[in-house]
Ligand binder design. Structure first.
Ligand code: GH3
Ligand code: MG
Ligand code: MG
Ligand code: MG
Length: 313
């Protein structure tokens, strides 16, 4: 049945709101020629809200792997055109690099084959016929593992803010949203004032604690849709969706006031830390990421130059 070779699952919940830079991460590619089993798997997995793509041959499986970027792969070892092991050899490198779990589903279970598959780097080897309840729990675990990994690679370890990688994804996403829907946003670049002096006077450990306290303070002061990132060192960036520059300035000035009132414990005396900020707003003429950052950076420089602890546009 050639028309059944490619069956793309429904994309029912695409409208569901996601965080910027985060995509829907639950697409499963099944490469298996057992039509009956595949239909059963597809039905069972779609009931769990996964999107399921099906390839009934190695050739189509390989094509889907490259084209549709699945998040998890179920691979049969016996396929009509190539062996599953051959397919595995072709996709394992990229799958490992992109952390796409591969689960072998096979009627064959010789020790040699299982060992070979594990040695190549497959996550699991499941023998057919599988118990669907157990199989679904296994798949759930693999997706959770993947989700944790994806979260970990965009979080700055010291402060818990998003990292530079997520900053880059977010600015791209927001700019493309703006081009499509004219939904504005502001970018605030933040740099702690005289931070070298904090380190020199109280030590790097205290400096780290200030960075952590600062990040926590900002996180507690912003809305859920705002995206707070550590840009590097003692520099941070805050995206404020649906906010013009003037409103963003009000938000940051409020944070500036509350944060500068915070007391840090030095050796003998308490000390305070301030920060400077520069804000830019996406507009029709200035909708390039580089320009947006550059503009905020210039405003930040102006804030520093004007005596620090300020927020300029
Ligand atoms: P300005 O007000 O002009 O911004 O002065 P500054 O001292 O903050 O600026 P400068 O760029 O000269 O110094 C930044 C300091 O931040 C130097 C660097 O050692 C320190 N720093 C960067 N990352 C970290 C970190 O993760 N932990 C600690 N403790 N210090 C850091
Ligand atoms: Mg087969
Ligand atoms: Mg700096
Ligand atoms: Mg600084």
């Amino acid at each position: 049945a050639p028309s059944a070779l490619a069956v793309k699952g429904p994309v029912a919940s695409l409208e569901q709101d996601t965080l910027y830079g985060e995509q829907q991460q639950n697409e499963i590619l099944i490469i298996d020629d057992d039509v009956e089993l595949v239909a059963y798997l597809k039905e069972s997995l779609e009931r769990q809200s996964y999107y399921v793509s099906i390839a009934l041959s190695a050739e189509r499986g390989l094509r889907f792997f490259y084209e549709s970027k699945p998040d998890l792969i179920l691979l049969d070892l016996k396929l009509p055109d190539q062996s599953g092991m051959e397919v595995l050899n072709q996709i394992i490198g990229k799958a490992k690099k992109e952390r796409i779990p591969i689960i072998i589903i096979s009627a064959e279970q010789s020790k040699e084959i299982v060992m070979e598959a594990y040695a190549l780097g497959v996550m699991d080897f499941v023998t057919k016929p599988m118990d669907m309840d157990l199989f679904i729990v296994l798949i759930g675990n693999r997706f959770e593992m993947k989700r944790e990994w994806q979260e970990a690679i965009i979080i700055d370890e010291l402060t818990g803010a998003f990292n530079r990688k997520h900053f880059n994804q977010t600015i791209k996403q927001l700019i493309s949203d703006f081009r499509r829907t004219s939904r504005i946003f502001s970018l605030a670049l933040i740099d702690l004032d005289h931070f070298k002096k904090v380190n020199d006077t109280y030590g790097h450990l205290s400096g780290d604690e200030v960075l952590q306290a600062f990040a926590l303070h900002v996180q507690e002061s912003i809305r859920v849709e705002d995206v707070f990132c550590r840009f590097g060192g003692e520099e941070f960036a805050l995206f404020l969706p649906n906010t013009d520059a003037a409103s963003a300035q009000v938000v940051i000035r409020r944070i500036q006031e509350t944060f500068s009132a915070k007391e840090f414990k030095g050796k003998n005396e308490a000390f305070h830390v301030t920060f400077s900020c520069g804000i830019s707003e996406v507009t029709k003429s200035e909708n390039e990421a580089d320009k947006l950052v550059e503009e905020a950076d210039q405003a930040l420089y102006a804030s520093k130059h004007a005596g620090r602890n300020q927020t300029q546009l």
